[in-house]
Ligand binder design. Structure first.
Ligand SMILES: [Zn+2]
Length: 384
């Protein structure tokens, strides 16, 4: 009797043991996608995974390569190679190294700094392994190039930095026809910068020039490097309600949002950092030791007052192009509007989630109209 009982117990435990073993032997992470985003000073490689994994990094000098040994991953094929068109790398290869181990090699054109990190699942994004390959020489050159602008600009010229929201891993809001916010705002941004550069009194620059992600704090840093007199972040709105339409303008609030909808919108825009995979280099966090708090508060107050003046002007002009969602500007805690010394506003041009607005946003003439309106308001804002 006792023996039989033991036998049943041991069979039971054997069964439990087998079922515990199953997930480890049968499952394991799979790579479902590999994406690449090229920025002027770095390339980002993103690997989608079905499960979290462990990895080890190493690099090789000659030829320059970055290696990652991925553990707990199977490839289901001996080797995969992808030729890529990119300023910094030529090829991505994946090789199976025995059981549950895969070697990832990034074939570089020259020596680069590498930074690998994991992003946890968020919204519809899975576990992601992100590798940034950074050209530090180019990065420094870009910063110097930006810092030079305020010194070489003609006297009296105002510098405007236009920030096309989202980019790269972060598509922003998506329309019923799959139009992505990140693409529309870049197109309008390019048109606007072109117009601003034709004026005698303004010179304009974009925070991003292509489809790659820049953390929100970095966008402010870029604007400050240019010595911007005005910062305008471009967006298209999104809603679960497909009927929602219209344009709206937002400014920063340091003491809570003007209303719940503005707070929700700011929270949504601020998640850009999570979706896009913000990895802030230490410089973005560093406080400028030359700035004292009283001076900073004074600057912030003045910038905010100027932002409100710009927003009011823009609302007046925008209503001739599109219906307004609100007749006055709204305020909330938008990270991207936090430059203490630069008047900043965020424009939601229209609702990409509304069929009619999506159709308009895709039209070249509507993009032109928005850009022309913004250009006219900016000129008016700086005065004659
Ligand atoms: Zn947005």
């Amino acid at each position: 009797m006792k023996n039989k009982f033991l036998k049943i117990i041991s069979l039971f435990f054997f069964g439990v043991f087998i079922s515990f073993l199953q997930p480890f032997t049968v499952l394991g992470a799979r790579i479902t996608d590999v994406r690449l985003w090229s920025a002027p000073d770095h390339t980002r490689i993103v690997i989608d995974l079905t499960e979290p994994i462990q990895y080890e990094v190493s690099s090789q000098e000659n030829p320059p390569q970055f290696h990652l040994e991925l553990k707990g991953v199977s490839l289901h094929t001996a080797k995969k190679e992808m030729d890529v068109k990119d300023p910094f790398i030529t090829k991505i290869s994946l090789t199976e190294l025995g059981k549950d181990k895969v070697k990832l090699v990034l074939h570089q054109k020259r020596a680069l700094n590498a930074n690998a990190f994991i992003l946890k699942p968020y919204q519809d994004k899975p576990n992601r392994l992100v590798i940034d390959l950074i050209d530090v020489v180019q990065e420094k050159k870009e910063i110097e190039e930006r810092q030079k602008q305020k010194e070489i600009k003609p006297k009296g010229t105002k510098i405007v930095v236009i920030d096309p929201g989202h980019g790269g891993e972060d598509p922003g809001a998506i329309g019923p026809k799959k139009t992505m916010e990140k693409d529309i705002v870049l197109k309008v941004g390019e048109k606007l910068v072109h117009l601003l550069n034709q004026n005698t009194g303004t010179q304009a620059f974009l925070t991003r020039k292509g489809d790659y992600f820049i953390p929100l704090e970095e966008r402010i840093k870029i604007a400050r490097e240019y010595g911007a007199d005005l910062f305008v972040s471009l967006h298209t709105d999104g809603s679960f309600n497909p009927q929602a339409r219209g344009s709206s303008i937002y400014c920063l609030s340091l003491s809570g949002a003007t209303d719940e909808a503005a707070k929700i919108l700011a929270d949504k825009e601020n998640t850009s950092n999570i979706l896009g995979g913000a990895f802030l280099r230490p410089a973005a966090f560093a406080k400028d030791p030359n700035l004292n708090q009283i001076l900073l508060d004074l600057m912030q107050n003045n910038s905010m007052k100027e932002s409100f003046r710009f927003a009011e002007n823009l609302l007046e002009d925008l209503k001739t192009v599109n219906s307004l969602k609100y007749s006055s500007y709204r305020q909330a805690n938008f990270i991207v509007l936090k430059a203490p010394d630069i008047p900043s506003a965020l424009v939601e041009m229209a609702f990409i989630t509304n069929m009619e607005d999506e159709r308009l946003l895709n039209r070249n003439d509507f993009q032109e109209k928005i850009a022309k309106t913004l250009n006219a308001t900016i000129k008016k804002y700086f005065g004659p």
